[in-house]
Write a protein that binds this ligand. Structure first.
Ligand code: ADP
Length: 738
């Protein structure tokens, strides 16, 4: 093996198969990371067609060519299906085109078909080069210096259908498009008392149908992995009718395009419509969302997630041992993981196989626990009423918020009410946070009280930042006793955690407070302990990203630096992630602070950029980054120093970040976490336990941490947890800026 093969000569990136939003972010990250390591990087245009054709379709990229593509949907380097690449001859031409450009490392972004094709190409590579040597197309020296092909695959697929990774590039954006459409349909359906049958993408994968149903309170869902029982037509009609009878003004049936019955016969939108019209006389309309689902600007998640993956792909290519098998880079929880590509492809194809052979239990098994749980929760929350329960409701569970308002709070209350009633509990809502608990502002909730809450921003039952002192705790204990509260679910942020901890801490003094308590992270700041992620922050990120897109566009005719201030108190999560998702040149975090030397260097670097042709500069500053170097100060500094080169503008995004309707991710997670919290409280109540806990996402799993650990998990005097794993990505922001 020659020395030249110990590191890749040049890297190429291509996008293949169906386009997916976020592919551009991944391409940009590949280009910037390769450039950061001083490696030549090429873009292969039009997928495998470009690889086979070569010539102009394989082009060297400068880092600046990755400018201005992060926010675009689709793929700017094009994608195509190629039958030629399916032939050995086609792949031989592809190999020749690559070695001619001195390329022996490839990042392929596509679906399972594209990745399977890439793997075959990698396996055949030595043979293909030998054939090219035999036919004197390349010299044996060239073949020897590129004796194997390094390959990393990233999954670009809106279906989220790949085993081994929690998410695929484009799935979150597609979910945004579907949920936007379903939200819109809900209001028109309600006005006319109509039923809509909505077909969404997903031939073998019900992810989009399932999650969009969970996020929008659809009445029925049909997915390929779990065909309905044989009597589904009667069942569906019964359920829709029951919904009408209790006053639902709209019904929506969501159908994955690959839905079928237990015999494998397709269930089409037309079949569902006919049924509802014939059996119930419902005014039924069909909406096929089609390619709308692929389009549009990528969501905040797809932008930073694809950036992480593109970066990791190049790092992996550089670290790979010669001859290492092809890898796939994906996501497990908040971790970027590398897995053997072909195992993931084989597992994915297994799901399709099981569906084909009617092994539905097996297909659901392969989809994993989260998918199955989401399906089960959906079955409960979409019912028209709770299942029959014992005459006497057994336990009384209260839901309370604490901290600032966060998108997802209403979703939590809705899920708690429905899932709690279905378990046979009484569910109480505490109004206006812990102040309301002190004042006894508590009311019992019914099934239909929360019927439109899944999608609504804000906090219907109210929240505030009150943390009870000694006198308030005594009053709260009285109210808890007076209302016979058996358990407490606190869904909120920093102040909510403090308040819940205070109650738990005083349980020895007040018997009424010796009850199970669970805290759920619902805050845009993502600053509470025992979790890597909080509900609400995804919505806030999307809101920031949408605003920054507009801000950037406002500067088309000028040369301008924007200093954008985002929320977060003492926690820089929103700043770092939104900075990554918007391609910010500089990101200022409370965790790192701001120095005058740093600012001086930043002014010079930006000025150099503008001299070289830059038109817009973006700085993202977390509100608590520094007391002296405020957003106003930094703007003035850049304005003064920019001179003739650029001017500077301050943009404080403010409360819009807290106010939006929850994103699909926040809705789905709010519902799933609530279900887990109720399970926890239920176990405690049934077993006579009285534990306090904080639920959180940890290494991709939902875990409970004892509430007594709370003080040890937060920093002293600043509002953030001691452990913040997302801080690992701060160096990525440096690699990504040009
Ligand atoms: P996706 O990647 O979205 O699953 P396809 O299955 O259509 O999309 O694959 C995209 C392209 O990948 C195909 O047009 C073909 O060029 C290539 N490809 C797919 N499967 C193979 C294979 N088994 N062998 C070689 N090339 C393949």
């Amino acid at each position: 093996m020659s020395d030249a093969q110990s590191a890749p000569s040049s890297v190429a990136v291509l996008t293949s198969g169906g386009d997916a939003s976020g592919m551009n972010a991944a391409v940009r990250a590949v280009i910037r990371t390769a450039a950061h390591h001083g490696i030549d990087v090429y873009a292969v245009h039009e997928g495998y067609h470009g690889l086979v054709t070569g010539g102009d379709l394989i082009r060297r990229m400068e880092p600046a060519e990755a400018d201005g593509i992060l926010h675009l949907g689709g793929t700017v380097i094009g994608t195509a299906r190629s039958n030629q690449f399916r032939t050995r001859e086609g792949r031989r031409a592809a190999a020749r085109n690559l070695v001619e450009h001195d390329i022996d490392a490839l990042v392929v972004i596509g679906g399972d078909g594209s990745l399977a094709g890439a793997n075959l190409f990698r396996e055949e590579w030595p043979g293909l080069l030998a054939e090219l040597v035999d036919s004197e197309v390349i010299s044996s020296d060239v073949a020897e210096s590129h004796s194997f092909l390094r390959l990393v695959g990233l999954v670009g697929s809106i279906d989220n259908d790949m085993s081994g990774t929690d998410m695929t590039i484009g799935a979150d954006t597609a979910l945004h498009r579907i949920v936007e459409a379903l939200d819109a349909l809900h209001s028109t359906a309600a006005s006319h008392q109509r039923t809509f049958v909505v077909e969404v993408m997903g031939r073998n994968c019900g992810y989009l149908a399932l999650m969009s149903s969970l996020a929008t309170a659809a009445s029925w869902v049909l997915i390929p992995e779990q065909p309905p029982a044989e009597d589904w037509p009667q069942q569906m009609c019964q359920d829709i009718k029951a919904g009408r009878d209790i006053g639902r003004r709209h019904s929506v049936v969501v159908l994955a395009e690959g839905a079928h019955d237990r015999d494998g016969s397709p269930i089409t939108a037309e079949r569902v419509k006919t049924l509802l019209e014939d059996e119930l006389g419902e005014d039924t309309r069909i909406t096929v969302l089609g390619h709308v689902q692929r389009g549009g600007a990528p969501s905040a998640f797809d932008r930073y997630f694809a950036t992480l993956l593109g970066h990791a792909a190049v790092e992996r290519l550089l670290a790979d041992e010669p001859g290492a098998p092809a890898q796939m880079v994906g996501l497990r929880g908040d971790r970027v993981v590398t897995l053997p590509l072909m195992e993931c492809v084989a597992d994915t194809q297994q799901v399709a196989e099981r569906i084909k052979t009617h092994d539905y239990a097996g297909a659901m098994e392969l989809r994993g626990g989260n998918f199955r749980q989401a399906y089960e929760i959906l079955q409960t929350v979409q019912q028209a009423a709770p299942r029959p329960v014992p005459a006497q409701r057994r336990f009384r569970i209260a839901v309370v918020h604490g901290g600032g308002p966060a998108p997802g709070m209403n979703t939590v209350v809705r899920a708690a009410v429905r899932l709690g009633l279905d378990r046979g509990y009484t569910v109480l809502a505490v109004k206006n946070g812990f102040r309301g608990l002190r004042e006894g502002d508590i009311s019992e909730m019914g099934w239909m009280d929360v019927s439109s809450w899944v999608a609504e921003g804000g906090a219907e039952i109210g929240t505030n930042r009150d943390v009870p002192g000694p006198a308030a705790i005594a009053q709260i204990a009285e109210q808890v006793a007076a209302h016979h509260i058996d358990a407490l679910l606190m869904a909120g942020g920093w102040a909510g955690y403090q308040a819940a901890y205070e109650l738990h801490r005083h349980r020895d003094h007040y018997a009424a407070l010796d009850i199970p308590i669970v805290c759920m992270p619902v805050t845009i700041n993502n600053d509470v302990p025992a979790t890597e992620l909080s509900i609400g922050s995804d919505t806030a990120l999307n809101s920031i990203v949408a605003d920054v897109d507009k801000i950037r566009r406002s500067a088309v005719a000028t040369r301008r630096v924007f200093v954008v201030e985002v929320m977060g108190h003492d926690c820089g999560y929103l700043a770092l992630l939104s900075g990554l998702a918007t391609g910010a040149e500089r990101i200022y975090l409370p965790e790192q602070g701001i120095t005058l030397d740093g600012l001086t260097a930043d002014v010079h670097a930006l000025a150099d950029g503008f001299r070289a042709g830059k038109r817009v500069g973006l700085l993202v500053r977390s509100e608590g980054s520094d007391r002296v170097y405020t957003t106003g100060f930094i703007t003035s500094l850049f304005q003064k120093e920019g001179g003739e080169l650029f001017d500077a503008r301050e943009e404080v995004l403010g409360h819009v970040q807290e106010g939006g309707n929850p994103s699909p991710f926040d809705r789905v997670q709010a519902t799933i976490l609530t279900a887990r919290c109720l399970e926890f409280l239920s176990q405690e109540l049934e077993s006579g336990g009285r534990a306090g806990a904080m639920i959180g996402f940890r290494s991709g799993e939902l875990q409970f941490t004892n509430l007594t650990e709370y003080p040890a998990l937060i920093e002293e005097n600043v509002q953030r947890p001691t452990e913040q794993r997302w801080m690992e990505h701060r160096n990525l922001a440096v690699v990504m800026r040009d």
